[in-house]
Design a protein around this ligand. Sequence first.
Ligand code: NDP
Ligand code: MG
Length: 375
Amino acid sequence: MKNVCLIGSTGSIGLQTLEVLNSFKEYHVKALSSGYNVTLLRQQIRDFKPKYAAALKEDPFISKEFPDVNFFFGEAGIEEMVEACGADVVVNASSGSSGLKYSISALGNAKRLCLANKETIVCGGELFQRFLKKYKTELIPVDSEHSALFQLLKGDVAPEKIMITASGGSLRDYPLDKMGNASLNEVLKHPTWSMGKRITIDSATMVNKGLELIEAYYLFGYKNKNILIYINRSSMVHAGVIYPDGVMKFHIGKNDMKIPISYSLSYPERKVHSYKNILTSADMKLEEIDYQKYPSLKLARDILGDSVKQIVFNASDEVAVKAFEKKVINFGDIFHVISNTIDSVNTKKPESFEDIMEIDKMSRIKANEEVEKLK
Ligand code: NDP
Ligand code: MG
């Protein structure tokens, strides 16, 4: 029996993880954490009977309702729960830069970290990689492109280049001059994936692909010029590798996050959660990216490897996306908020996780100032 601690259980990846765990009989949900959705957390506690549970918001009644469960509250409480629950596997499916803290708590305390929270890698940068090497905890990526690369890079001579794909997001067929004013409803209609709100908006700007470029850079150690990105409209070609002799290998599979979630839990085994033959139905065509349409991805390329700017890139996007959701700024303004915030934050390289959180905080203040200017 493997004990699992799931952070972000009430989100898109969290819910799919629970669905997978429900069908994996030899896994037990020992700990669960929501953010603010304690109504759903209550239901999950009833269904999965964990020994430990946590939420961002303190709930004075929940302990009395579930006297057998140990409760923790707030971000510090979630960190404490990860450290105390004694899980074999921690699945980090929380969103945002605070996910870095939970990943750090998992290192050294669990045997495996199944990582969906890409902010851990983007904000953690070299520091997190150094920390990871110090501990025996193995990191298995959940992000579909990185799960694919993790699989493609197993047990072979090193390819010269790696490649990840993008769907192009909800506005991929919009004319360039109409994109800036696209409505929230239009942006939230993702053509191939069903995901949380921020990542759906980030797919339309390709900030998500920018975050994934940074993720690939740190996880697999390839140079900027050797990480290629193409559009695959079906999202069934997830990634590829290219050898010096020009031979390529691709990772192709259904666009279903439950597949990389299952793989991260059961690796090196492949537990079948779902199977569909897509050999004749998958559109495998790759298309060049028009960087004029996706300036945020170009920006991510320009700042790759700069630990300060990467933190600012992520934090300012979170602020800009929230402002767009509230209809305070236009879709096209998201890029300007990120770009202007990157230009306005000048500070030295982070030397500790506290420094990272400080830069994150400072970036949010500056990004909010940029939003104010656009009002
Ligand atoms: P959602 O917004 O759907 O879910 C986020 C989860 O994290 C919720 O359970 C939320 O709680 C919780 N949460 C939010 N803030 C905090 C916090 N400060 N501390 C603890 N928990 C928090 O996001 P997704 O599931 O879409 O994405 C999760 C992560 O996985 C992101 O990093 C994303 O980039 C990555 N990812 C997602 C994919 C997808 O298909 N959705 C694909 C690949 C990667 P509550 O709702 O209760 O407030
Ligand atoms: Mg992805």
